[in-house]
Design a protein around this ligand. Structure first.
Ligand SMILES: Cc1ncc(COP(=O)(O)O)c(C=O)c1O
Length: 500
C-alpha cells in the first residue's frame, strides 16, 4: 500500500460510490505529485483488504484510473502511476532524454546482454574467444555459395529479388522436407516455415503459442536466446535441470504436478551448452506426457548434425508431429550470417506461426533462400558436415585434454556428444562473473553460466565454445583462464571480493 495515501476514511454512507471515491483520492494524489510517475500501486487484493472494500471495487477503481490515463497496468507486474513525458527538445532537436518516459518498460535481460556482448567481434587479434559457438569462418563454403549465387542470378534473374511466400520459397521447403524425412522432423513441405535463423523460429514460437502468465518449462542451462524469447512473452519461465541424459524428465513431471505447463523447450540432441542427448527412455516419457497433458514441445536442433559420439539422432517430432514444434538452421554448420533457418509444425499452431512470420518480416530473403536451395540440392551440405565434424571433434578433444591438464579437479566437465561447447563447473566456488571479467583482462572470452539459466544455479559455471579457436591456440586460451582463475581465487581469499 502506498503509505502516502490514507484511504481508511472513505465515506460508506455518501451518495458517491466507493469506486468513485477511490478514483478521486488516487487522482488527487497523482495530480498533487504525492504519488510520483512510475510508482507502483498496491495490488487490487491488498488495496481491497486495506480499505475494507470488495475486491471488484478495487479492480473497477484501477480500471477507471487506467481509462483516464492516470495509471498503466502490465500483466504479471502490477499497476503503476503513468510516467508523464517531460517536454521534448530541451537540448535541441536531437534531444532523446524524453524517450525514457514514453518507451515501454523493458526489463534488463542478463542473457540478452551477454548475447549482445558476445556478438561484438573481438578487435584484438591476440584475443582468444571461447564465447562463440559459431562455425569457423575458415571453413565456410565460400566457393560453393558464390557459385550457387551466380547460378541463381543467371537462371532466375529478377525473380531472385522479388517478394516471395511468407512460408518460404517452395523449392527450398521441398529440400528441407526431404531432409526432414531422413532426420524425422518433417514429412511434407507444407509443415515447413522458413525463418530468419533459428532465433526467429524460437521467437515466433514464443509469440504464437505463449500468453502472459503461462508457465513454460525450459532446460536450464540453455541457449541465451531461448530464455530471452520465452521471458519476453510475459510467461513464467521455469528451469528444469539437464544432466548427461538431457532434460531431467522426472523433474519436469514434478513441475507438471503443480502447474499447467504450456510449452517445454529443449534441445533433444547435441545440447547447447552441455553437449548431452536426451536418452531414449526420457524421449518416450516426455512425448507421452505431452500427449497426456496437452503441452507443446519445442525441439531446437541447430547443433543436431554436429556430432562426435553416436551419429545423428532422429528428432523428436516424427513421434508426435502435432505436439512438437521443430526449429533449426544452417547457422551452426554453414554460416550464421546467412540467417537461414526453418521450423516444422502442424495444425493451427503452424498457421499461427506463419501469421507471426508474416507480421514480423513478411518472409526470409528470397535471394538467400534460392542460393541455399541450390547449395542443398547439390549435396554440398552433407559433404561439409563430413569434412568439418572431424575438425571440431579434434578441437573438442584438445580442449578437454588441456583443461584436465591445467585445471585438474578444479573443473568438472562432461564430454559433449555433439555441438560446439563445453560446460564447466568450477570447484571450489568462484564468482563466475568476476572470473569472466578477469579472463577478458587476460585476453580470453567465455560465457558466464548465469546467462544460460532460468534461475541462479547456485554453482559457478562457464561455457567454453571451441569451434572458432584454431587447434594450436586452445591450450593458450586455457592457460589464460587458469591464470585468471588463480587471480580471482587469490582476491577472494584475501577478502577483496565475495563469492556471490
Ligand atoms: C541452441 C541454439 N538455438 C538457436 C540458436 C540461434 O541460431 P541462429 O543463428 O540460426 O538464429 C543458437 C545460436 O547460438 C543456439 O545455440
Amino acid at each position: 500500500m502506498s503509505h502516502k495515501l490514507d484511504l481508511t476514511d472513505l465515506d460508506r454512507d455518501a451518495a458517491t460510490s466507493l469506486t468513485a471515491q477511490l478514483v478521486e483520492r488516487f487522482r488527487d494524489a497523482i495530480d498533487r505529485g504525492e504519488l510520483g510517475p512510475g510508482e507502483k500501486l498496491p495490488t487490487t487484493r491488498a488495496l481491497a483488504e486495506e480499505v475494507g472494500v470488495n475486491h471488484l471495487t478495487a479492480v473497477r477503481a484501477y480500471r477507471r484510473l487506467a481509462e483516464e490515463g492516470y495509471v498503466t497496468a502490465t500483466v504479471g507486474r502490477g499497476t503503476f502511476v503513468r510516467r508523464v513525458p517531460p517536454p521534448a527538445a530541451a537540448d535541441g532537436p536531437g534531444d532523446v532524454s524524453w524517450q525514457a518516459a514514453v518507451l515501454p518498460e523493458a526489463p534488463p535481460s542478463y542473457p540478452n546482454q551477454v548475447l549482445a556482448q558476445s556478438l561484438r567481434l573481438p578487435v584484438d587479434p591476440d584475443a582468444i574467444s571461447f564465447a562463440h559457438g559459431w562455425p569457423d569462418p575458415a571453413l565456410y563454403p565460400v566457393a560453393d555459395l558464390a557459385a550457387a549465387t551466380r547460378e541463381v542470378f543467371d537462371e532466375l534473374g529478377a525473380d531472385t529479388l522479388t517478394y516471395s511466400e511468407p512460408a518460404g520459397v517452395p523449392e527450398l521447403r521441398e529440400l528441407i522436407a526431404a531432409r526432414g524425412r531422413e532426420a524425422h522432423f518433417a514429412s511434407e513441405p507444407e509443415e515447413i516455415v522458413v525463418t530468419s535463423g533459428a532465433r526467429q523460429g524460437l521467437d515466433l514460437v514464443g509469440r504464437a503459442l505463449v500468453s502472459p502468465g503461462d508457465v513454460v518449462a525450459v532446460e536450464s542451462p540453455t541457449f541465451m536466446g531461448t530464455l530471452t524469447s520465452l521471458q519476453r512473452t510475459g510467461a513464467r519461465v521455469v528451469g528444469v535441470p539437464v544432466d548427461e541424459d538431457g532434460l531431467d524428465v522426472a523433474a519436469l513431471e514434478r513441475l507438471l504436478a503443480r502447474h499447467e505447463v504450456k510449452l517445454v523447450a529443449l534441445q533433444s540432441s547435441s545440447h547447447n551448452p552441455t553437449g548431452a542427448d536426451l536418452s531414449d527412455q526420457r524421449r518416450e516419457r516426455l512425448l507421452a506426457l505431452a500427449r497426456e497433458r496437452s503441452f507443446f514441445v519445442l525441439d531446437d536442433g541447430v547443433y543436431a548434425t554436429v556430432r562426435y559420439t553416436g551419429g545423428e539422432r532422429p528428432r523428436l517430432r516424427a513421434a508426435a508431429p502435432g505436439h512438437v514444434i521443430y526449429v533449426d538452421s544452417l547457422s551452426k554448420t554453414v554460416a550464421g550470417g546467412l540467417r537461414l533457418g526453418w521450423l516444422a509444425a502442424a495444425g493451427p499452431a503452424r498457421q499461427r506461426l506463419l501469421d507471426e512470420k508474416l507480421a514480423a518480416d513478411m518472409h526470409t530473403s528470397t535471394l538467400v533462400q534460392h542460393v541455399v536451395a541450390r547449395y542443398l540440392a547439390a549435396g554440398h551440405h552433407e559433404a561439409l558436415l563430413a569434412a568439418t565434424n572431424p575438425i571440431y571433434r579434434e578441437r573438442r578433444d584438445a580442449l578437454l585434454e588441456s583443461l584436465r591438464r591445467r585445471l585438474g579437479d578444479e573443473v568438472e566437465v562432461a564430454e559433449p556428444r555433439g555441438g560446439h561447447h563445453l560446460w564447466l563447473r568450477l570447484r571450489p566456488e568462484v564468482d563466475e562473473r568476476l572470473l569472466v571479467a578477469e579472463c577478458l583482462r587476460h585476453g580470453v572470452g567465455a560465457i558466464p553460466g548465469a546467462a544460460m539459466t532460468a534461475e541462479p544455479l547456485g554453482q559457478a559455471h562457464l561455457r567454453l565454445s571451441f569451434s572458432m579457436v584454431p587447434l594450436e591456440r586452445l591450450d593458450e586460451g586455457v592457460r589464460r583462464i587458469a591464470v585468471a582463475l588463480r587471480a580471482v581465487r587469490r582476491a577472494q581469499r584475501q577478502g577483496l571480493v565475495a563469492v556471490s
